[in-house]
Ligand binder design. Sequence first.
Ligand SMILES: Nc1ncnc2c1ncn2[C@@H]1O[C@H](COP(=O)(O)OP(=O)(O)OP(=O)(O)O)[C@@H](O)[C@H]1O
Ligand SMILES: [Mg+2]
Length: 364
Amino acid sequence: MTQELTLKFDPNTIEHLGISLYSKLPSVISELVSNSWDADAGNVCINFIDDASEKEIHYRDDGHGMTFDELNEKYLMIGRNRRKDDGAQETPNGRKIIGKKGLGKLSVFGICNEVEIRTVKDGIENRFSMDIDDIKKSQRNSYNPTILSLNKSVSDASGTEIWLRRVKRKSDFKPHDIAMGLSKKFLIFDRLKTTIKHNSTNDVPVTNELKFSNFKEEFKWEFPSKDIGGDEYRYWEDVKGSIITLETPIKDTEMKGIYLTSRGKIVNNAGFYGLRDTDQFHTYVTGYLEVDFIDDLEEDLISTDRHSLNWEHDVTRELQDYLQRIIKKVGAEWRKKRGQRKVNDINKKTGLDINQWEEGLPTY
Ligand SMILES: Nc1ncnc2c1ncn2[C@@H]1O[C@H](COP(=O)(O)OP(=O)(O)OP(=O)(O)O)[C@@H](O)[C@H]1O
Ligand SMILES: [Mg+2]
């Protein structure tokens, strides 16, 4: 008899993937938003309900929806790489596809125990629910969601709705904080109109600019820039965006430093890429830089939680060097500009030209 070894997957894996990777509300919702983006949706509405006996979140998009077969072959397949499987990097509407790992749908189990999905594609509705406790009890490495509606003809437009039920959170939802959290994670809201509701009212629009709304900008550097970092790095022209400094130190620690994005979604939290965090400049600087070329590489350098790129790779190391160089250069310019602004301010207030006054001082 031949002996064999078998690698088995416990259904608990699903909970671990959901819970351990996504426990914060904006991270979970950001997975749903990415999926709506990939479905060519133009609108997303998320209603946070906490005035009922049980907290609930109702998410809705007007994307292309899914057929029954697509639910089985795409939605319910864990770890499917859609870009490889479909061989497409772009959606029918020409958006660069964000999804890659086939794990995003599990994120909901980081914050709730039950989900119901209703999806309509070309006038055909399918609806089903999944319960994390039943998934954990399931045998033979598979689980059959409860079908609530199968290939039913409806007059609704295409789109997907998700109800997150038995939400684990105890405290009340804070729609403005959630909107802010979501805004920080994307640069796509000019093309995907996203609205947050709280108990079906109080529309809060999520915009790209919201992340900067509490800031008073002082100086701005746009990239790519020939003067700063130009020609020093083979991808310098592909690193796009801006670095901004504020008039006063940044209070929101999540915004200190430079975020990196690919395909409009963050791939690295705000940071200084290995630079020592003792520089005073670091408390004044924020920004977003797009590094989409990272997504085109054969190797996947984007971590599942998208908090940090894999920096142990030749391409990312080179990027890290470049980022350090431009941050240092911007820091040096900032010190100069800020010094000059102080001189100008004194001049405006007192009519005194500090430089001239300094020159006029005796030299002994
Ligand atoms: N709102 C939606 N509308 C249409 N199709 C969807 C929607 N959400 C998910 N899907 C389909 O289900 C699949 C699985 O989604 P999931 O988020 O798990 O993986 P992914 O988006 O492919 O990759 P990633 O793990 O990087 O998010 C998607 O590839 C897509 O085909
Ligand atoms: Mg996804």
